[in-house]
Design a binder for this molecule. Structure first.
Ligand code: MEV
Length: 436
């Protein structure tokens, strides 16, 4: 913006009442002005900036929104949030809608705990094994999302301890409290018709034959929600495991996985089953929904150097899967060809992964991303993130999950720190896959 303001401003910098007001002397010292004319110019410039800012707010998000985020910045400053966490605390404050000192402190505490070296997004008290009662894995799809729905191979790796559930039986009514990585906590209505995680809890209670009994359920999601990282499947697996532990139901992995798959159907319509499978078994898996067996675990000699970054823009799996289905029905041959190609990539990727051949994996990830773009599930923001990752040293980068928002995954042999730094610097959140 470039503007000019002509306004008469009559001020003085010496004499008169100035000496009786020490704040005026301090103000002049801070401004560093040498004369009354310079002070007048500075005041006009501030006025001009304010006018332009007000116009921008009116044309953009509106005055109230700007006011609240300014307020969030003041609150964050007033509780001493350090510069490196400032923007994220402000963003989380705005997202929570609770612009209060205590909330800013709570968010900061959580961020600091999450970002201890070696443990972003997964506090130390998380059970070491994702199969421990009440906890479950998330997932990062390396190859084959969407094609998976059409019975092609998909390959995914686990995110440790993505969800933790705890519960106790109570007399009055079932309640569910969900906390998320941003520090927000919400109370959810556990009714099937309510959909979401509340609907899922009601459905699990019914399926486990517990209708008429009441529970106080706490669900802690450690991966960001609607970011393509399997939060909904990990929530159902964690809750089912918590019931299993409390009531000694004797559910094995297969039973947990089957129930979580039915929950996924409630949430997403026609899922392939990859998310619940990863949430239950927590292994690198090559999966094909109608194959027998559908699950083929992959033995890795070492975890590949991956960086996962969440865009912060929600990607809704059901919407993306439905949109792909609609396009598939109009362009069957083209879409089938893309799915076949993704199938081949997932199979080749499984071999390269087992061999630790990062150059090949990276190349395949790049092609897979191009194919996902062809399916129209990428967004300008995901393209930007992929571009940042590649330019900062990733040998491969792609969107992961259903797309339309969500996350990217990048393969970064020897360049993890710089890719993380570049993505973080651009305002994206890094999600750790492993507890350390
Ligand atoms: C979602 O995590 C992966 C999709 O392929 C859907 C599915 O396989 O169920 C987009």
């Amino acid at each position: 913006l470039d503007g000019e303001l002509v306004v008469p401003v009559k001020v003085g910098t010496v004499g008169g009442a100035l000496h009786s007001n020490p704040a005026a002397t301090v103000g002049l010292a801070i401004a560093g002005v040498q004369s009354a004319a310079e002070l007048a110019e500075m005041m006009a410039a501030v006025g001009l900036a304010q006018n332009l800012a007000a116009l921008r707010a009116l044309l953009g998000g509106g005055i109230q929104k700007g006011h609240m985020s300014l307020h969030a910045r003041s609150v964050a400053a007033s509780v001493g949030v350090p510069p490196e966490s400032f923007d994220r605390v402000v963003a989380a404050l705005n997202e929570s809608g609770v612009i209060k000192d205590w909330k800013a402190r709570e968010i900061l505490d959580r961020l600091e705990r999450d970002e201890r070296p070696g443990g972003v997004a997964v506090p130390a008290n998380c059970p070491k094994s994702g199969s421990a009662p009440g906890s479950a894995w998330g997932k990062v799809i390396l190859f084959g999302e969407h094609a998976a729905v059409y019975d092609r191979h998909v390959l995914a790796l686990p995110i440790e301890c993505a969800a933790v559930a705890s519960l106790r039986e109570v007399d009055d009514e079932t309640r569910l409290t969900v906390s998320e990585p941003a520090g927000t906590e919400r109370h959810v209505v556990p009714r099937t018709a309510a959909g979401g995680v509340g609907g899922m809890l009601a459905y699990i209670i019914e399926r486990l034959g517990l209708a008429g009994r009441h529970f106080d359920v706490r669900l802690e999601l450690r991966v960001p929600v609607a970011m393509g990282l399997g939060s909904s499947a990990s929530a159902s697996v964690a809750i089912v495991r918590a019931f299993d532990q409390l009531l000694e139901l004797g559910l094995d992995d297969e039973a947990v996985n089957a129930l979580a798959y039915d929950c996924e159907k409630l949430a997403h319509g026609d899922p392939s089953g990859i998310d619940n499978t990863l949430a239950t078994y927590g292994k690198p898996i090559l999966f094909r929904r109608n194959a027998s067996p559908a699950i083929k675990p992959i033995e890795l000699s070492a975890m590949p150097p991956l960086v996962v970054a969440a865009s912060g823009t929600r990607g809704i799996t059901r919407d993306q899967v439905n949109a792909v289905r609609e396009r598939f029905s109009r362009m069957r041959a083209s879409y089938d060809a893309v799915f076949d190609q993704m199938d081949g990539i997932a199979l080749a990727g499984a071999g390269a992964l087992a061999a630790g051949d990062y150059a090949t994996i990276g190349g395949l990830m790049n092609v897979c991303h191009g194919l996902l773009n062809a399916l129209q599930v990428s967004t300008p923001e995901l393209e930007r993130m992929v571009d940042i990752a590649r330019r900062s040293g990733a040998v491969g980068a792609k969107l992961t999950g259903a797309g339309g928002g969500g996350s990217i995954v990048a393969l970064c042999p020897g360049t993890v720190a710089q890719v993380e730094e570049a993505l973080r610097g651009a305002g994206y959140r890094i999600v750790r896959m492993q507890l350390e």
